[in-house]
Structures are given as structure tokens and as C-alpha cells.
Design a protein around this ligand. Structure first.
Ligand code: CP
Length: 294
């Protein structure tokens, strides 16, 4: 059971924890409540972000709280201050902190330095647990269930932190089948391969989707900033959508670069912008639960 003292990994969540957050997020999406009036959230981002940072900011404002924000540019990090000292200082000005880091595996250390509840806003190529909860909420709203789903993950499954978190969450529900479609050099980390019901090379993308008939397709960007010489590219376009079932939903955590053609945006099955908008009520639910407002 999630202790609400930190939110760093999918491994902290039981199925009922996820269902509780989804239920509160649904309520707050319909009607925002000022559950965190007078509280301050520190957004501490050591790596660029649009959706995660700004949706946490919007979420805290909608809850009646305030936000202080850190980016390295223009801060004393440019004078050589460490990440840990920066976290310690900003957390002492706030009631809760969201931290995004380009390095994997330092969130526990940061949580100790902070001394307030910490939410991971993305942990290198490791995990992105609040995107996971946003994705789960969106799947529940759009498809109606989190059990007995066939989900095809496409792209950079090696460095894709949103994939790592969402696959773990899906494995906590029953009857889900996960298919991975990736370049060989960007396949899932070895400790996650046991989750796969099927594995395809990216060159078999169309055949894989036609064969598996997924309920959801989860596309990811090939992350140039994390590549170590590996290569891989693909494009989801209208030709590819023609092999997918009418009820299938095509998801992407964004930002997209070239892997999702904008021509498909008009197709109602394509929902990355719905996912992004759902980031606000889901993050409201997370903050409210961690600050004791709900
Ligand atoms: N989905 C996501 O994490 O987007 P940002 O990098 O813009 O926060």
C-alpha cells in the first residue's frame, strides 16, 4: 500500500491505490476543489519539461495552493551549487516538491535531502510514475477498464521511462497482454522482458499491429538525448491506423518529433492531447492525497 510520503516508482502502488487516485481525479476533473489552500509546491526541474512541470503548476493552482519553480538557467546552479543543496533549499520553502532529473536512480537520495514529500517528475530513463497514473486514468476513461487489455508499446522501450512505469502498472491488473515493438537496440531492459506477451522488431510494425489487434497503442519518441549510438525510427500514419480496430486508442506521452504524423490527429482514436490535459486532474489528486487534503 502506498504510504503517500513519496511518489517515486510504480512499485509503490497496489491496484487499489491506483483506483483511488483515478476516482479522486475523476471527481476533481468534474469540479476542482481547493483542497490545498495555503500550501506551496516546489517544481524542481533539472531537465526540460512542458507537460509535467506546467500541469503540476496548474494542478496546484486549481487546488488553491501556490508554486515556486526552479530551472538551472539563472539559478545558483550556474555558480556550481549541487542538485542536492538546491533541493534542500527549495524544499525548505515548500510543503511538497516535484523533482525531475536527467540522471537515473537518485530519487531516494533526493527525497532524504528534501525533508518534505517528493514526487518524481521523471527519473532519467528509469521511471515516470505520474505520467503512468495519467495514462492509466486516460485508458480507464477512454476504454473503460484497466483489465484484459492488449497494449502494444512502440519505439524506444529501452530508455522510455513512461513505458517502464505503465507496463508495471498494467501488470498489477488482470489479464493484460503487453506487446513490444522496437528496434533491437532499443528493446526493453532485460529485467522487464518477462512482462512481454510478444516481441516484434520495429520493421514488422504493421504486421505486428494487424496480428495483435491491440486495444491501445502506446507510441514513444526515440530519445536522442539518451541514445548511445543506437538508431531507430518509425512513423505512425493513416496507413498504419487502417489496420487497427475501431475501438483502439493511440497514445503518446509527448513530445512527439517525427514518429507520429500530424495528419492522424483528426482521427478520434488518437488521444495524446487528451492524455496531456488529463495530467492536471490526476496531478491534483496526487498532490491532495500526499498533502492530506483528500
Ligand atoms: N510527458 C512528459 O513527460 O512531457 P514533458 O517532458 O513535457 O514533461
Amino acid at each position: 500500500m502506498w504510504d503517500r510520503k513519496s511518489l517515486l516508482s510504480a512499485s509503490q502502488f497496489s491496484r487499489s491505490d491506483v483506483e483511488e487516485i483515478i476516482s479522486l481525479a475523476s471527481r476533481l476533473k468534474q469540479k476542482p476543489e481547493r483542497l490545498c489552500s495555503g500550501k506551496i509546491l516546489a517544481n524542481i526541474f533539472f531537465e526540460p519539461s512542458t507537460r509535467t512541470e506546467k500541469s503540476f503548476q496548474a494542478a496546484m493552482y486549481r487546488l488553491g495552493g501556490s508554486v515556486i519553480s526552479h530551472k538551472d538557467a539563472g539559478s545558483s546552479r550556474e555558480k556550481g551549487e549541487t542538485k542536492k543543496d538546491t533541493i534542500r533549499i527549495l524544499s525548505s520553502y515548500a510543503d511538497i516538491a516535484v523533482i525531475r532529473d536527467n540522471e537515473s536512480g537518485r530519487m531516494q537520495e533526493y527525497t532524504k535531502a528534501a525533508g518534505v514529500p517528493v514526487i518524481s517528475g521523471g527519473d532519467g530513463s528509469n521511471e515516470h510514475p505520474t505520467q503512468m497514473l495519467t495514462d492509466a486514468f486516460t485508458i480507464k476513461e477512454e476504454i473503460g477498464r484497466l483489465d484484459n487489455l492488449k497494449v502494444a508499446f512502440i519505439g524506444d522501450l529501452k530508455y522510455g521511462r513512461t513505458v517502464h512505469s505503465l507496463m508495471q502498472l498494467l501488470s498489477k491488473f488482470s489479464g493484460n497482454e503487453i506487446f513490444s515493438i522496437a528496434p533491437a537496440s532499443l528493446s526493453l531492459p532485460s529485467d522487464m522482458k518477462s512482462m512481454e506477451a510478444g516481441r516484434y522488431d520495429i520493421s514488422q510494425l504493421r504486421e505486428a499491429l494487424a496480428e495483435t489487434k491491440p486495444d491501445a497503442v502506446y507510441c514513444t519518441r526515440i530519445q536522442k538525448e539518451r541514445l548511445n549510438g543506437e538508431k531507430g525510427s518509425y512513423v505512425v500514419d493513416s496507413t498504419l491506423l487502417s489496420v487497427l480496430p475501431p475501438h483502439c486508442r493511440i497514445m503518446h506521452p509527448l513530445p512527439r518529433v517525427n514518429e507520429m504524423n500530424v495528419e492522424i490527429d483528426a482521427d478520434k482514436r488518437v488521444i495524446p492531447f487528451v492524455q496531456a490535459a488529463n495530467g492536471v486532474p490526476v496531478r491534483m489528486a496526487i498532490i491532495a492525497k500526499m498533502l492530506g487534503g483528500a
